[in-house]
Design a protein around this ligand. Sequence first.
Ligand code: AR6
Length: 178
Amino acid sequence: MPGNGIQLTDGDITTLAVEGIVNAANNALLGGGGVDGAIHRGAGPELLTQCRTLGGCPTGEARITRGYNLPAAWVIHTVGPVWRSGVQGEPELLARCYRSCFSLAREYGLRSIAFPAISTGVYGYPKEEAARIAVREARQALAKNETLTSIIFVCFNSATRLAYQKALAEPSGTQRSA
Ligand code: AR6
Protein backbone atom coordinates (compact mmCIF):
# COMPACT_ATOMS: atom_id res chain seq x y z
CA MET A 1 0.00 0.00 0.00
CA PRO A 2 1.77 3.16 -1.15
CA GLY A 3 1.94 6.49 0.66
CA ASN A 4 2.22 7.60 4.22
CA GLY A 5 -0.09 8.94 6.89
CA ILE A 6 -3.84 8.47 6.85
CA GLN A 7 -5.48 7.10 3.72
CA LEU A 8 -8.98 6.07 2.73
CA THR A 9 -9.69 3.05 0.59
CA ASP A 10 -12.92 1.47 -0.60
CA GLY A 11 -13.78 -2.20 -0.47
CA ASP A 12 -13.04 -5.27 1.57
CA ILE A 13 -10.46 -5.08 4.36
CA THR A 14 -9.61 -8.78 3.98
CA THR A 15 -7.94 -8.13 0.61
CA LEU A 16 -5.42 -5.59 1.90
CA ALA A 17 -1.73 -6.42 1.95
CA VAL A 18 -0.94 -4.41 5.07
CA GLU A 19 0.90 -5.68 8.14
CA GLY A 20 -2.15 -5.59 10.37
CA ILE A 21 -5.90 -5.38 9.88
CA VAL A 22 -8.35 -4.59 12.65
CA ASN A 23 -11.44 -6.68 13.30
CA ALA A 24 -14.64 -5.17 14.75
CA ALA A 25 -15.36 -8.17 16.93
CA ASN A 26 -17.64 -8.94 19.88
CA ASN A 27 -16.77 -9.82 23.47
CA ALA A 28 -16.57 -13.55 22.78
CA LEU A 29 -14.02 -13.18 19.94
CA LEU A 30 -15.47 -16.27 18.30
CA GLY A 31 -16.58 -14.71 15.02
CA GLY A 32 -19.83 -13.15 13.89
CA GLY A 33 -21.32 -11.25 10.95
CA GLY A 34 -20.11 -8.10 9.14
CA VAL A 35 -16.39 -7.55 8.94
CA ASP A 36 -15.81 -10.14 11.67
CA GLY A 37 -17.36 -12.86 9.51
CA ALA A 38 -15.38 -11.74 6.46
CA ILE A 39 -12.09 -11.81 8.40
CA HIS A 40 -12.74 -15.29 9.79
CA ARG A 41 -13.69 -16.58 6.32
CA GLY A 42 -10.57 -15.04 4.81
CA ALA A 43 -8.20 -16.23 7.52
CA GLY A 44 -9.54 -19.78 7.68
CA PRO A 45 -10.33 -22.03 10.66
CA GLU A 46 -6.97 -21.58 12.39
CA LEU A 47 -8.03 -18.06 13.35
CA LEU A 48 -10.98 -19.37 15.35
CA THR A 49 -8.71 -21.93 16.99
CA GLN A 50 -6.37 -19.17 18.16
CA CYS A 51 -9.27 -16.92 19.19
CA ARG A 52 -10.64 -19.70 21.41
CA THR A 53 -7.45 -19.50 23.48
CA LEU A 54 -7.89 -15.79 24.22
CA GLY A 55 -10.83 -15.95 26.62
CA GLY A 56 -12.75 -13.09 25.01
CA CYS A 57 -12.09 -9.36 25.15
CA PRO A 58 -13.76 -6.54 27.12
CA THR A 59 -15.26 -3.63 25.20
CA GLY A 60 -12.60 -1.01 24.43
CA GLU A 61 -9.70 -3.47 24.62
CA ALA A 62 -7.92 -5.37 21.84
CA ARG A 63 -6.21 -8.72 21.26
CA ILE A 64 -3.81 -9.73 18.49
CA THR A 65 -3.67 -12.94 16.47
CA ARG A 66 -1.97 -14.09 13.31
CA GLY A 67 -3.66 -13.48 9.97
CA TYR A 68 -3.29 -17.07 8.66
CA ASN A 69 -4.61 -17.15 5.07
CA LEU A 70 -5.12 -13.39 4.91
CA PRO A 71 -2.58 -11.17 3.13
CA ALA A 72 -2.19 -9.31 6.45
CA ALA A 73 0.25 -10.94 8.86
CA TRP A 74 -1.71 -9.86 11.94
CA VAL A 75 -5.30 -9.31 12.98
CA ILE A 76 -6.02 -6.98 15.88
CA HIS A 77 -9.43 -7.80 17.30
CA THR A 78 -11.17 -5.02 19.17
CA VAL A 79 -14.65 -4.73 20.61
CA GLY A 80 -16.45 -1.47 20.00
CA PRO A 81 -19.36 -0.18 22.07
CA VAL A 82 -22.97 -0.80 21.11
CA TRP A 83 -24.50 2.65 20.48
CA ARG A 84 -27.08 3.48 23.16
CA SER A 85 -27.78 7.19 22.51
CA GLY A 86 -24.23 8.14 23.43
CA VAL A 87 -24.94 8.53 27.13
CA GLN A 88 -23.23 5.36 28.27
CA GLY A 89 -19.64 6.35 27.62
CA GLU A 90 -19.67 5.22 23.99
CA PRO A 91 -17.27 7.94 22.71
CA GLU A 92 -14.66 7.09 25.35
CA LEU A 93 -15.06 3.36 24.73
CA LEU A 94 -14.66 3.81 20.97
CA ALA A 95 -11.58 5.99 21.49
CA ARG A 96 -10.19 3.29 23.77
CA CYS A 97 -10.62 0.70 20.98
CA TYR A 98 -8.44 2.77 18.67
CA ARG A 99 -5.86 3.40 21.39
CA SER A 100 -5.75 -0.30 22.28
CA CYS A 101 -5.17 -1.20 18.63
CA PHE A 102 -2.43 1.40 18.24
CA SER A 103 -0.80 0.18 21.43
CA LEU A 104 -0.61 -3.39 20.03
CA ALA A 105 0.58 -2.01 16.69
CA ARG A 106 3.44 -0.32 18.52
CA GLU A 107 4.25 -3.41 20.58
CA TYR A 108 4.43 -5.57 17.44
CA GLY A 109 6.28 -2.95 15.40
CA LEU A 110 3.63 -2.69 12.69
CA ARG A 111 4.28 -0.13 9.98
CA SER A 112 0.86 -0.30 8.34
CA ILE A 113 -2.58 -0.95 9.76
CA ALA A 114 -6.08 -0.91 8.28
CA PHE A 115 -9.29 -0.29 10.19
CA PRO A 116 -12.94 -0.91 9.43
CA ALA A 117 -15.36 1.69 10.81
CA ILE A 118 -15.61 0.04 14.22
CA SER A 119 -19.10 -0.07 15.79
CA THR A 120 -20.81 1.65 12.84
CA GLY A 121 -22.47 -1.47 11.44
CA VAL A 122 -24.53 -3.80 13.61
CA TYR A 123 -23.52 -1.84 16.73
CA GLY A 124 -25.20 1.32 15.37
CA TYR A 125 -22.64 4.02 16.19
CA PRO A 126 -23.32 7.19 14.12
CA LYS A 127 -20.80 7.21 11.27
CA GLU A 128 -19.71 10.85 11.42
CA GLU A 129 -19.06 10.83 15.15
CA ALA A 130 -17.21 7.54 14.89
CA ALA A 131 -15.06 8.84 12.02
CA ARG A 132 -14.13 11.93 14.02
CA ILE A 133 -12.88 9.76 16.88
CA ALA A 134 -11.01 7.43 14.51
CA VAL A 135 -9.24 10.33 12.78
CA ARG A 136 -8.35 12.06 16.05
CA GLU A 137 -6.82 8.89 17.51
CA ALA A 138 -5.01 8.08 14.25
CA ARG A 139 -3.41 11.52 14.17
CA GLN A 140 -2.25 11.09 17.75
CA ALA A 141 -0.85 7.63 17.01
CA LEU A 142 1.11 8.86 13.98
CA ALA A 143 2.54 11.69 16.05
CA LYS A 144 3.67 9.31 18.81
CA ASN A 145 4.78 6.20 16.90
CA GLU A 146 7.67 6.58 14.47
CA THR A 147 7.40 3.00 13.20
CA LEU A 148 3.80 3.35 12.14
CA THR A 149 3.67 5.17 8.82
CA SER A 150 0.41 4.10 7.20
CA ILE A 151 -3.11 4.06 8.66
CA ILE A 152 -5.83 3.04 6.24
CA PHE A 153 -9.52 3.57 6.91
CA VAL A 154 -11.54 1.11 4.86
CA CYS A 155 -14.80 2.52 3.54
CA PHE A 156 -17.26 -0.29 2.93
CA ASN A 157 -19.93 2.13 1.70
CA SER A 158 -20.20 5.72 0.49
CA ALA A 159 -21.67 7.03 3.76
CA THR A 160 -18.58 5.79 5.57
CA ARG A 161 -16.27 7.43 3.03
CA LEU A 162 -18.11 10.74 3.37
CA ALA A 163 -17.88 10.58 7.15
CA TYR A 164 -14.09 10.11 7.00
CA GLN A 165 -13.66 12.82 4.39
CA LYS A 166 -15.54 15.23 6.62
CA ALA A 167 -13.50 14.27 9.69
CA LEU A 168 -10.21 14.58 7.79
CA ALA A 169 -11.19 18.04 6.55
CA GLU A 170 -11.54 19.29 10.12
CA PRO A 171 -8.35 20.67 11.65
CA SER A 172 -7.18 18.47 14.52
CA GLY A 173 -7.56 21.26 17.09
CA THR A 174 -11.32 21.49 16.57
CA GLN A 175 -11.97 17.88 17.47
CA ARG A 176 -13.66 17.40 20.78
CA SER A 177 -11.94 15.00 23.17
CA ALA A 178 -13.83 11.86 24.09
N1 AR6 B 1 -14.36 -4.84 4.94
C1 AR6 B 1 -14.39 -3.61 5.47
N2 AR6 B 1 -15.45 -3.12 6.16
C2 AR6 B 1 -16.51 -3.93 6.30
C3 AR6 B 1 -16.55 -5.25 5.78
C4 AR6 B 1 -15.40 -5.71 5.07
N3 AR6 B 1 -15.33 -6.93 4.54
N4 AR6 B 1 -17.76 -5.81 6.11
C5 AR6 B 1 -18.45 -4.87 6.79
N5 AR6 B 1 -17.70 -3.74 6.90
P1 AR6 B 1 -19.84 -4.44 11.61
P2 AR6 B 1 -19.78 -3.45 14.41
C6 AR6 B 1 -18.00 -2.48 7.58
O1 AR6 B 1 -21.31 -4.65 11.69
O2 AR6 B 1 -20.78 -2.41 14.10
C7 AR6 B 1 -20.23 -8.60 14.14
O3 AR6 B 1 -21.22 -9.58 14.04
C8 AR6 B 1 -19.44 -2.13 7.85
O4 AR6 B 1 -20.06 -1.58 6.69
O5 AR6 B 1 -19.01 -5.47 10.95
O6 AR6 B 1 -18.56 -3.07 15.21
C9 AR6 B 1 -19.33 -8.79 15.34
O7 AR6 B 1 -19.13 -10.16 15.64
C10 AR6 B 1 -19.28 -1.08 8.93
O8 AR6 B 1 -18.89 0.17 8.34
O9 AR6 B 1 -19.20 -4.21 13.10
C11 AR6 B 1 -20.06 -8.06 16.42
O10 AR6 B 1 -21.05 -8.88 17.01
C12 AR6 B 1 -18.08 -1.59 9.72
O11 AR6 B 1 -17.44 -2.56 8.87
C13 AR6 B 1 -20.71 -6.91 15.70
O12 AR6 B 1 -20.87 -7.34 14.35
C14 AR6 B 1 -18.43 -2.26 11.04
O13 AR6 B 1 -19.62 -3.03 10.89
C15 AR6 B 1 -19.83 -5.68 15.73
O14 AR6 B 1 -20.54 -4.61 15.16
